[in-house]
Design a protein around this ligand. Structure first.
Ligand code: F6R
Length: 594
């Protein structure tokens, strides 16, 4: 969701910033723009439009040579998707140019109080920032004007600011929205995401909330909330740029589905030493002092959280609740006496979770973040964190990060519950089973074509199969735009069965012996009302007519196996409909606004 990149150095700034914007595409966006300082003409050039970064690249072909540039991918929050609202935004006098990621909540009152109600060119909250800096700079230094403006902003921002009176300076500022600085021998790069830095920098320095970075010539200075100088601490990147490439696959999503056995093996390598599971003792100790676990997450990560709840309740004596992050943040439930919080977030940047984290920290409770991005805000700000090691997930629809979340949750429950079965062996078997199933993935293509003929579809199951059904339905909705619902199989007949008509697709998930027959009865009920049913069953529970039969794996790891055919069904449904699989409409990979 929105991404920004800036560069100041000896290399061609346009190429570096455009490359960064291409890398940020996966976050989801609807417009893109770039502004650069034309070395020869000594002026800013600005190119922006709705549409893809490739379109921006062709617009910017005529740009002159430059060593300073800022770029942006916009996911509209204030104002329509059009050229005027796209970033960068220029001030009236054309002195300052700004790109912004985040939301300025008080932009209307700022416009009224500090800009005399100035009529703005765009409908964005961002334009207010650049006009304020320009207005203040008429009576004070640019540095003071920027400081004064930042002090008045309420909301979230990652900002890059250019000033044509200082073409050797790039100013970056942030609050809540992520911003990272990278450096190479030839210059500095600032971006909202490591993927945009990786090609140019071996290390990075994250900016703190309310801090400002001033890059000037070949040096960078950080200033904290009180404008005092701050040490710039670089950390090693540990990010393999090649993993973020598509390779031989037509889409990142298919690549990432196929990578799931590799992810399971990576997790084994990272979490086991000499065949023994190594779980951070401080996490287990913090949990041991609590009386209840609260899992907070959104979307796919929340669906992983539901499976996590069930695993915890099977493997430990710890009660667990799962809450929607955006609800918990402002309507927290009555908490137990000693709660322990688990935030699950693939990106580690989800604004709804950040709001929860602020609340939890204000109450002094212990919190752990389970995330794919070790450098993310939620990983840094929680008391503890666990990495899921899924590798870069570029498709907006999460697949391998979901299975990695499931596995790390299983390991946490296993370690806390002092289980003794051979989990390492069970994980190796899972990786093997996934691999063998994934060799036959193309048969799903035909199924998706023949079964998904209506506007809607249902996924039903009981217990963990219900939780996987929720995820299956979300995936289908996200990328194929079919209306899909995940349902507790037994609940269907209490109302929703009214939607079943001739050929309505209903997928039944069966991986739990105790309720296999009940789910089969529910499938019979819808079939006798005309539904087109497809059963996805684990081999030991399968029957001859089941369409999809999956290899048996340990019962605690079955959700990670069951989800795979449902991911492929969504993929092929979207492919057949000609949808933009990796960048579905309206969606963003990293949801940085509440
Ligand atoms: C769906 C998907 C989203 C995210 C949700 C939370 O494929 O990826 O539903 O799960 O936006 O994001 P994270 O996990 O980054 O907190």
């Amino acid at each position: 969701m929105c991404g920004i990149v800036g560069y100041l150095g000896k290399e061609e700034a346009k190429d570096i910033v455009l490359n960064g914007l291409f890398k940020l595409e996966y976050r989801g966006y609807d417009s893109a723009g770039i502004s650069l300082y034309n070395n020869k003409d000594k002026r800013f050039e600005l190119f922006k439009d709705q549409g893809r970064v490739a379109h921006l690249e062709s617009l910017a072909k005529t740009a002159g040579a430059s060593n300073l540039a800022i770029g942006h991918t916009r996911w509209a929050t204030h104002g329509k998707v059009n050229q005027i609202n796209a970033h960068p935004h220029e001030s009236r006098s054309k002195r300052f140019v700004v790109v912004h990621n985040g939301v300025i909540e008080n932009y209307k009152s700022l416009r009224r109080d500090f800009l005399n109600g100035m009529t703005l060119d765009s409908e964005t909250d961002t334009e207010v920032i650049v006009q304020m800096i320009d207005t203040f700079a008429q009576n004070m230094s640019a540095k003071a004007a920027i400081q004064k403006t930042l002090g008045l902003l309420k909301g979230s921002y990652a900002l890059l600011i250019l000033d044509n009176k200082h073409p050797d300076r790039l100013v970056a500022a942030k609050n809540k929205s992520p911003l990272l600085l990278g450096k190479s021998d030839n210059g500095f790069i600032v971006a909202s995401d490591l993927v945009a830095l990786a090609k140019y920098s071996q290390n990075f320095a994250p900016l703190d909330d309310y801090s400002v970075a001033v890059i000037e010539g070949n040096q960078v200075r950080f200033f904290n909330k009180d404008h005092a100088p701050q040490e710039v601490i670089f950390e090693p990147m540990d990010f393999d740029d090649d993993l973020a490439e598509m390779g031989p696959y037509p889409h990142f999503m298919l690549k990432e589905i196929m990578e799931q056995p590799l992810v399971v093996r990576t997790i084994i390598n990272k979490y086991f030493e000499d065949e023994r599971l190594v779980m951070k003792p401080e996490i287990l100790a913090a949990m041991a002092q609590s009386d209840r676990v609260y899992i907070l997450a959104a979307g796919t990560s929340m669906h992983a959280g539901f499976v996590g709840k069930s695993l915890f309740e099977k493997m430990t004596d710890m009660p667990v609740e799962v809450h929607i992050a955006s609800e918990f943040a402002y309507h927290p439930p009555t908490l137990s006496k000693k709660p322990f919080f688990v935030l699950i977030s693939q990106s580690g940047e989800t604004a709804d979770l950040r709001a929860c984290l602020m609340h939890i920290k204000s109450l002094n409770h212990q919190v752990i973040t389970i995330t794919n991005v070790r450098t993310s805000t939620l990983a840094r700000e929680a008391n503890h964190f666990l990495e899921i090691f899924a590798g870069p997930e570029i498709a907006v629809a999460s697949t391998k990060a979901y299975t990695a979340q499931l596995i790390v949750l299983t390991l946490l429950a296993y370690a806390y519950g002092k289980q003794t079965f051979d989990i390492r062996k069970a994980l190796s078997e899972l990786a093997h089973a996934m691999e063998s199933y994934l060799t036959d993935y193309e048969t799903i293509e035909m199924l998706a074509k023949t079964v998904l003929t209506k506007r809607n579809a249902f996924f039903i199951g009981r217990g963990v199969d219900y939780y996987v059904s929720l995820e299956a339905a979300l995936k289908l909705k996200e990328i194929s735009y079919l209306q899909a619902e995940g349902f507790a199989a037994g609940e269907l007949k209490h109302g929703t069965i009214a939607l079943i008509e001739e050929d309505t697709p209903v997928f039944g998930l069966i991986s739990d012996k105790r309720i296999a027959l009940n789910t089969r009865s529910n499938l019979d009920e819808v079939r006798s009302r005309g539904a087109r049913t497809v059963t996805i069953a684990i081999e030991s529970l399968s029957e001859d007519e089941d369409a999809i039969v999956l290899p048996d794996v340990h019962e605690y790891l079955r959700p990670a196996m069951m989800v795979i055919p449902t991911q492929l069904i969504s993929y092929y449904a979207a492919l057949q409909r000609g949808c933009d699989i990796d960048k579905p409409r309206n969606l963003a990979k990293s949801v940085t606004v509440e």
